[in-house]
Design a protein around this ligand. Structure first.
Ligand code: 5AD
Ligand code: SF4
Length: 460
């Protein structure tokens, strides 16, 4: 526990983040919101005056993890004599706020993903012991307007949230209920934030949203042509900001893969040749029951269009096995789609019924053991593909942005243009830089590289 009697103006803040990149962004912004109140990040809950759990509700296990973490924090709060404050944020807060307050009295505040700009007021109310400590309104616009215009980032890569929420209502998914309706931030606000990031030395901007390619916004006034922009035009615009060396975007929906976005892959040098495009399943019957609003053939057509625009583009995807009613033949169709595309990376999950979603109440839930077997088969195919993709880069020279904290002394750690993790030993000076690296080894999940001699000289 931080001794506030000796340091009256600083308070320790510990945020634990679960789930997707949207939560990673939100946690950063919560730090920005709490900074003026004297909160600065500490490395452990023990050193904190305020602990925030920024939670994820997408699958069952995530929720249970939150409750067990809260159990540990309750003890810490008791040891602190009740001084430690505990807040639950994110999608579990949104979906189960009242239940959390009831089930875990140690929790002081519950704040949904669209309300965390209200944390300062909530903390004030808590001190006065008055008013609401549960905020789960949906007002993405108000949130973005209220967030500080400055951002405190360190590192070469930063997330920039451009879109939130989802109107697609896939029948398995809680996101439309926890994150609310699709909302696109205004073009000018996004461009201003991108400039702010580059001012702080950021080289890679990762545009994020639950359905990032559903983003649309008015063309900025200086564009002169007016009209609406899609994500492709936004990327073109951000690419012109000085200092932007790389742009990525995630996560996309097949329905929203517009031509302007595909064309951006052909035209924009800084745009990574990498597309995370969840397909979930390969059987049209299951895709329909999932309300995905696309068929397997639609997905394959997008893959072809993207490859025609940018032949080396790499694909990543998300898969769910054991959706209600999935037969052996349906599952085989998923395996076939995987073979037809050839993925560089993938995330695959067993279907987990989520309360309040249509699929949770469907007949013909698949037995756990069948889900286990299908997941194992799918993952073994996807692992083979990941290994093959990585092996194929051995001997190539790739531009790597060393944006990550190294795991070992003297190492530099970053990502290739295809989002492969790359490590180079004895090259710590590359951290924070982009450099051309020769790939000399590959596992299923990472690449080993070495400096190309001419570059080594230039950067040494
Ligand atoms: N069960 C299993 N996986 C799910 N996902 C979303 N909801 C569920 C669920 N109920 C997966 C999807 C999505 C990813 C973020 O999580 O594959 O793309
Ligand atoms: Fe969930 Fe489907 Fe929306 Fe993605 S598109 S967030 S899977 S409802």
């Amino acid at each position: 526990m931080a001794d506030t009697s000796q340091k009256p103006n600083t308070k320790g803040l510990y945020i634990k983040t679960y789930g997707c990149q949207m939560n990673v962004y939100d946690s950063e912004r919560m730090r920005d919101v709490l900074k003026p109140l004297g909160y600065s990040p500490v490395d452990s809950p023990e050193a904190a005056d305020l602990v925030v759990l920024n939670t994820c509700h997408i699958r069952e296990k995530a929720t249970e993890k939150v409750f067990s973490e809260l159990g540990r924090l309750r003890e810490l709060k008791q040891e602190s004599g009740g001084v430690l404050r505990i807040a639950v944020a994110g999608c579990v807060a949104q979906a189960e706020g009242e239940e959390i307050m009831r089930r875990e009295p140690a929790v002081d505040m519950v704040v949904g993903p669209q309300s965390y700009h209200r944390l300062p007021e909530m903390i004030a109310k808590l001190s006065r012991k008055t008013g609401d400590v549960l905020e789960t309104d949906f007002a993405a616009e108000e949130k973005f307007d209220a967030l500080p215009k400055t951002r405190d980032v360190d590192g070469a890569s930063a997330f920039l949230s451009v879109q939130e929420g989802c109107d697609k209502f896939c029948t398995f998914c809680v996101v439309p209920y926890t994150r609310g309706a699709e909302f696109s931030r205004g073009t000018d606000a996004i461009v201003a934030e991108a400039r702010e990031l580059t001012r702080q030395g950021v080289k890679e901007i990762v545009l994020i949203g639950q359905n990032v390619n559903a983003w649309h916004g008015a063309a900025p006034a200086h564009d002169g042509r007016g009209g609406e922009w899609g994500l492709g035009n936004l990327i073109r615009h951000i690419a012109k900001i000085g200092g932007v060396e790389r742009i990525r975007y995630t996560t996309s929906h097949p329905r929203d893969m517009a031509d302007d976005l595909i064309d951006a892959h052909r035209d924009i040098e800084q745009l990574s040749p990498f597309l995370h495009l969840p397909v979930q399943a390969g059987s049209d019957r299951i895709l329909k029951a999932m309300n995905r609003q696309h068929t397997a053939a639609d997905y394959l057509r997008i893959v072809d269009r993207a490859r025609a625009a940018r032949p080396d583009i790499a694909f990543a995807s998300d898969f769910i096995v054991g959706f209600p009613g999935e037969s052996d033949a349906d599952f085989e169709a998923t395996l076939q789609l995987v073979k037809d595309v050839g993925f560089a990376q993938a995330y695959s999950f067993k279907y987990s019924p989520r309360p309040g979603t249509p699929a949770a109440g469907m007949q013909l839930q698949v037995a756990e053991q069948v889900k286990d077997e299908r997941l194992a088969r799918l993952q073994s195919l996807l692992n083979e593909q990941a290994q093959a993709f990585n092996d194929a880069t051995i001997g190539r020279k790739l531009d790597v942005l060393f944006s990550r904290n190294p795991r070992r002394d003297g190492q530099a750690l970053g990502y290739s243009p295809y989002m492969q993790s790359v490590h180079v030993d004895g090259a710590a000076h590359l951290t924070g830089h982009m450099a051309t690296i020769e790939i000399v080894g590959a596992t299923m999940t990472s690449l080993k590289g070495r400096l190309v001699p001419a570059i080594a000289g230039a950067l040494a």
